[in-house]
Design a protein around this ligand. Structure first.
Ligand SMILES: C[S@@+](CC[C@H](N)C(=O)[O-])C[C@H]1O[C@@H](n2cnc3c(N)ncnc32)[C@H](O)[C@@H]1O
Length: 243
Protein backbone atom coordinates (compact mmCIF):
# COMPACT_ATOMS: atom_id res chain seq x y z
CA UNK A 1 0.00 0.00 0.00
CA UNK A 2 2.80 2.44 0.98
CA UNK A 3 4.66 1.60 -2.24
CA UNK A 4 1.58 2.33 -4.34
CA UNK A 5 1.13 5.65 -2.49
CA UNK A 6 4.78 6.55 -3.27
CA UNK A 7 4.21 5.57 -6.92
CA UNK A 8 1.17 7.87 -7.16
CA UNK A 9 3.06 10.66 -5.36
CA UNK A 10 6.01 10.39 -7.78
CA UNK A 11 3.74 10.21 -10.84
CA UNK A 12 1.82 13.31 -9.69
CA UNK A 13 5.09 15.16 -9.03
CA UNK A 14 6.22 14.30 -12.59
CA UNK A 15 2.89 15.44 -14.04
CA UNK A 16 3.12 18.78 -12.20
CA UNK A 17 6.70 19.14 -13.44
CA UNK A 18 5.57 18.54 -17.06
CA UNK A 19 2.86 21.20 -16.72
CA UNK A 20 5.33 23.67 -15.16
CA UNK A 21 7.94 22.95 -17.86
CA UNK A 22 5.46 23.48 -20.71
CA UNK A 23 4.08 26.60 -19.01
CA UNK A 24 7.64 27.94 -18.65
CA UNK A 25 8.05 27.88 -22.45
CA UNK A 26 4.90 29.98 -22.87
CA UNK A 27 5.77 32.24 -19.91
CA UNK A 28 9.28 33.16 -21.09
CA UNK A 29 8.32 33.24 -24.78
CA UNK A 30 5.15 35.34 -24.27
CA UNK A 31 3.12 32.74 -26.15
CA UNK A 32 0.13 30.44 -25.67
CA UNK A 33 -0.37 30.98 -21.89
CA UNK A 34 -2.59 33.54 -20.09
CA UNK A 35 0.12 34.97 -17.76
CA UNK A 36 3.54 35.65 -19.26
CA UNK A 37 6.74 37.42 -18.27
CA UNK A 38 5.48 40.66 -19.85
CA UNK A 39 1.74 40.48 -19.19
CA UNK A 40 -0.41 41.85 -16.35
CA UNK A 41 -0.73 45.17 -14.58
CA UNK A 42 2.62 46.91 -14.13
CA UNK A 43 3.40 47.97 -10.54
CA UNK A 44 6.02 50.56 -9.52
CA UNK A 45 9.54 49.70 -10.68
CA UNK A 46 10.81 49.14 -7.13
CA UNK A 47 7.88 46.87 -6.28
CA UNK A 48 8.45 44.79 -9.44
CA UNK A 49 12.22 44.46 -8.93
CA UNK A 50 11.80 43.47 -5.26
CA UNK A 51 8.97 40.96 -5.85
CA UNK A 52 10.68 39.33 -8.83
CA UNK A 53 14.05 39.09 -7.09
CA UNK A 54 12.41 37.48 -4.05
CA UNK A 55 10.56 34.98 -6.28
CA UNK A 56 13.75 34.00 -8.12
CA UNK A 57 15.69 33.80 -4.85
CA UNK A 58 13.08 31.45 -3.37
CA UNK A 59 13.50 29.14 -6.38
CA UNK A 60 17.30 29.33 -6.14
CA UNK A 61 17.24 28.58 -2.40
CA UNK A 62 14.87 25.61 -2.74
CA UNK A 63 16.89 24.26 -5.66
CA UNK A 64 20.28 24.66 -4.02
CA UNK A 65 19.39 23.45 -0.52
CA UNK A 66 17.46 20.38 -1.65
CA UNK A 67 20.20 19.28 -4.07
CA UNK A 68 22.87 19.10 -1.34
CA UNK A 69 23.96 15.62 -0.21
CA UNK A 70 23.46 16.63 3.46
CA UNK A 71 19.84 17.58 2.81
CA UNK A 72 19.25 14.30 0.95
CA UNK A 73 20.73 12.35 3.88
CA UNK A 74 18.43 14.17 6.31
CA UNK A 75 15.39 13.61 4.05
CA UNK A 76 16.15 9.90 3.66
CA UNK A 77 16.48 9.49 7.42
CA UNK A 78 12.84 10.59 7.81
CA UNK A 79 11.05 9.64 4.57
CA UNK A 80 11.41 6.83 2.05
CA UNK A 81 14.49 7.32 -0.13
CA UNK A 82 12.29 6.57 -3.16
CA UNK A 83 10.44 9.88 -2.58
CA UNK A 84 13.50 12.11 -2.41
CA UNK A 85 13.86 13.02 -6.10
CA UNK A 86 10.08 13.30 -6.62
CA UNK A 87 9.87 15.72 -3.68
CA UNK A 88 12.69 17.80 -5.16
CA UNK A 89 10.88 17.87 -8.52
CA UNK A 90 7.53 18.69 -6.90
CA UNK A 91 8.88 21.59 -4.82
CA UNK A 92 10.94 22.94 -7.77
CA UNK A 93 7.78 22.90 -9.91
CA UNK A 94 5.73 24.63 -7.20
CA UNK A 95 8.45 27.30 -6.83
CA UNK A 96 8.28 27.80 -10.62
CA UNK A 97 4.49 28.03 -10.57
CA UNK A 98 4.79 30.69 -7.83
CA UNK A 99 7.08 32.67 -10.16
CA UNK A 100 4.58 32.40 -13.05
CA UNK A 101 1.73 33.42 -10.77
CA UNK A 102 3.28 36.33 -8.87
CA UNK A 103 5.74 37.69 -11.47
CA UNK A 104 5.43 41.49 -11.94
CA UNK A 105 5.98 42.79 -15.47
CA UNK A 106 8.34 45.68 -16.31
CA UNK A 107 7.49 46.42 -19.91
CA UNK A 108 10.10 49.06 -20.78
CA UNK A 109 11.67 47.84 -24.03
CA UNK A 110 15.40 47.06 -24.02
CA UNK A 111 15.52 45.80 -27.61
CA UNK A 112 12.88 45.18 -30.27
CA UNK A 113 14.04 43.40 -33.41
CA UNK A 114 11.89 44.70 -36.25
CA UNK A 115 13.56 42.73 -39.05
CA UNK A 116 11.18 39.79 -39.58
CA UNK A 117 13.91 37.33 -40.64
CA UNK A 118 16.09 38.09 -37.61
CA UNK A 119 13.03 38.01 -35.36
CA UNK A 120 12.03 34.54 -36.71
CA UNK A 121 15.60 33.29 -36.23
CA UNK A 122 15.53 34.43 -32.59
CA UNK A 123 12.20 32.64 -32.02
CA UNK A 124 13.70 29.51 -33.62
CA UNK A 125 16.77 29.75 -31.35
CA UNK A 126 14.43 30.16 -28.35
CA UNK A 127 12.71 26.85 -29.14
CA UNK A 128 16.08 25.24 -29.90
CA UNK A 129 17.16 26.14 -26.36
CA UNK A 130 14.17 24.29 -24.85
CA UNK A 131 14.80 21.34 -27.16
CA UNK A 132 18.44 21.17 -25.97
CA UNK A 133 17.17 21.13 -22.36
CA UNK A 134 14.74 18.28 -23.03
CA UNK A 135 17.14 16.17 -25.13
CA UNK A 136 19.96 16.61 -22.59
CA UNK A 137 17.79 15.17 -19.80
CA UNK A 138 17.53 11.96 -21.86
CA UNK A 139 21.32 11.95 -22.41
CA UNK A 140 21.91 11.62 -18.67
CA UNK A 141 18.84 9.72 -17.50
CA UNK A 142 15.51 11.50 -17.84
CA UNK A 143 13.58 8.97 -15.75
CA UNK A 144 16.09 8.92 -12.89
CA UNK A 145 16.48 12.72 -13.00
CA UNK A 146 12.72 13.13 -12.46
CA UNK A 147 12.31 10.42 -9.85
CA UNK A 148 10.37 7.87 -11.93
CA UNK A 149 13.06 5.16 -11.86
CA UNK A 150 13.20 5.44 -8.06
CA UNK A 151 9.43 5.01 -7.53
CA UNK A 152 9.23 2.01 -9.92
CA UNK A 153 12.29 0.34 -8.38
CA UNK A 154 10.72 0.86 -4.96
CA UNK A 155 7.52 -0.86 -6.16
CA UNK A 156 9.56 -3.81 -7.44
CA UNK A 157 11.71 -3.97 -4.28
CA UNK A 158 14.82 -3.12 -6.31
CA UNK A 159 17.57 -0.77 -5.23
CA UNK A 160 18.06 2.06 -7.74
CA UNK A 161 21.71 2.05 -8.84
CA UNK A 162 23.71 5.29 -8.56
CA UNK A 163 23.30 7.40 -11.72
CA UNK A 164 25.90 6.70 -14.40
CA UNK A 165 28.36 9.50 -15.17
CA UNK A 166 27.78 10.49 -18.82
CA UNK A 167 30.21 12.11 -21.22
CA UNK A 168 28.36 11.34 -24.45
CA UNK A 169 26.38 13.33 -27.03
CA UNK A 170 25.90 16.96 -25.83
CA UNK A 171 27.94 16.08 -22.71
CA UNK A 172 30.92 15.69 -25.07
CA UNK A 173 30.55 19.34 -26.12
CA UNK A 174 29.85 20.96 -22.75
CA UNK A 175 29.62 19.75 -19.16
CA UNK A 176 26.21 21.42 -18.62
CA UNK A 177 24.03 21.23 -21.75
CA UNK A 178 20.78 21.52 -19.77
CA UNK A 179 21.96 24.86 -18.39
CA UNK A 180 23.19 25.90 -21.85
CA UNK A 181 19.69 25.20 -23.20
CA UNK A 182 18.12 27.35 -20.47
CA UNK A 183 20.54 30.22 -21.14
CA UNK A 184 19.72 30.13 -24.87
CA UNK A 185 15.97 30.04 -24.16
CA UNK A 186 16.15 32.91 -21.66
CA UNK A 187 18.20 35.27 -23.85
CA UNK A 188 16.94 34.53 -27.38
CA UNK A 189 14.00 36.86 -27.85
CA UNK A 190 13.06 39.41 -30.51
CA UNK A 191 11.56 41.70 -27.83
CA UNK A 192 13.52 42.10 -24.59
CA UNK A 193 11.75 44.04 -21.83
CA UNK A 194 13.30 45.19 -18.56
CA UNK A 195 11.33 42.47 -16.73
CA UNK A 196 12.61 39.75 -19.06
CA UNK A 197 16.14 41.18 -18.77
CA UNK A 198 15.96 41.02 -14.96
CA UNK A 199 14.83 37.38 -15.24
CA UNK A 200 17.65 36.53 -17.67
CA UNK A 201 20.38 38.26 -15.65
CA UNK A 202 19.39 36.74 -12.29
CA UNK A 203 18.93 33.21 -13.70
CA UNK A 204 22.24 33.42 -15.62
CA UNK A 205 24.11 34.48 -12.48
CA UNK A 206 22.44 31.71 -10.49
CA UNK A 207 23.25 29.07 -13.13
CA UNK A 208 26.96 29.96 -13.19
CA UNK A 209 27.29 30.16 -9.40
CA UNK A 210 25.27 26.97 -8.71
CA UNK A 211 27.06 24.94 -11.37
CA UNK A 212 30.57 26.07 -10.45
CA UNK A 213 30.35 26.17 -6.66
CA UNK A 214 27.69 23.57 -5.83
CA UNK A 215 27.02 20.97 -8.53
CA UNK A 216 30.59 20.58 -9.77
CA UNK A 217 31.92 20.49 -6.20
CA UNK A 218 29.60 17.53 -5.47
CA UNK A 219 30.41 15.84 -8.77
CA UNK A 220 34.17 16.12 -8.11
CA UNK A 221 33.65 14.66 -4.66
CA UNK A 222 31.57 11.69 -5.85
CA UNK A 223 33.20 10.91 -9.20
CA UNK A 224 36.72 12.05 -8.35
CA UNK A 225 39.60 12.06 -10.80
CA UNK A 226 37.42 11.10 -13.78
CA UNK A 227 35.40 14.30 -13.29
CA UNK A 228 38.54 16.42 -12.90
CA UNK A 229 39.84 15.09 -16.23
CA UNK A 230 36.41 15.79 -17.78
CA UNK A 231 36.61 19.38 -16.46
CA UNK A 232 40.03 19.81 -18.06
CA UNK A 233 38.89 18.46 -21.44
CA UNK A 234 35.31 19.69 -21.88
CA UNK A 235 34.16 23.33 -21.55
CA UNK A 236 31.67 24.21 -18.82
CA UNK A 237 28.84 25.85 -20.78
CA UNK A 238 30.09 27.40 -24.02
CA UNK A 239 31.00 24.78 -26.66
CA UNK A 240 34.38 24.81 -28.43
CA UNK A 241 36.04 27.10 -25.90
CA UNK A 242 38.70 24.57 -24.82
CA UNK A 243 41.70 23.60 -26.89
C1 LIG B 1 19.37 19.34 -13.50
S1 LIG B 1 20.64 18.19 -13.85
C2 LIG B 1 21.77 19.28 -14.66
C3 LIG B 1 22.92 18.55 -15.23
C4 LIG B 1 23.97 19.45 -15.85
N1 LIG B 1 24.36 20.49 -14.92
C5 LIG B 1 23.50 20.06 -17.14
O1 LIG B 1 23.31 21.27 -17.16
O2 LIG B 1 23.33 19.33 -18.12
C6 LIG B 1 21.43 17.95 -12.31
C7 LIG B 1 21.82 16.51 -12.07
O3 LIG B 1 22.62 16.05 -13.12
C8 LIG B 1 23.70 15.29 -12.60
N2 LIG B 1 24.80 15.37 -13.58
C9 LIG B 1 25.51 16.44 -13.93
N3 LIG B 1 26.43 16.14 -14.88
C10 LIG B 1 26.27 14.82 -15.14
C11 LIG B 1 26.92 13.89 -16.01
N4 LIG B 1 27.91 14.28 -16.83
N5 LIG B 1 26.50 12.60 -16.01
C12 LIG B 1 25.51 12.19 -15.19
N6 LIG B 1 24.86 13.01 -14.33
C13 LIG B 1 25.24 14.31 -14.31
C14 LIG B 1 24.02 15.95 -11.29
O4 LIG B 1 24.64 15.09 -10.40
C15 LIG B 1 22.63 16.34 -10.81
O5 LIG B 1 22.05 15.31 -10.06
Amino acid sequence: MKKIAILIYGALAYLIFLIAFLYAIGFVGNIYVPKTIDSGVEPTLLNAILTNTILLSLFALQHSIMARPKFKEWFNSIFSQAMERSTYILLSSLALILIFWKWQPITTIVWDVENTILSSILIGVFFLGWLIVLLSTFMINHFELFGLTQIFDNLKNRKTPNPKFQTNYFYKLVRHPIMLGFLIAFWATPVMTMGHLLFSIVTTLYIFVAVKYLEEKDLRKFIGEEYETYQKEVPMIIPFTKK
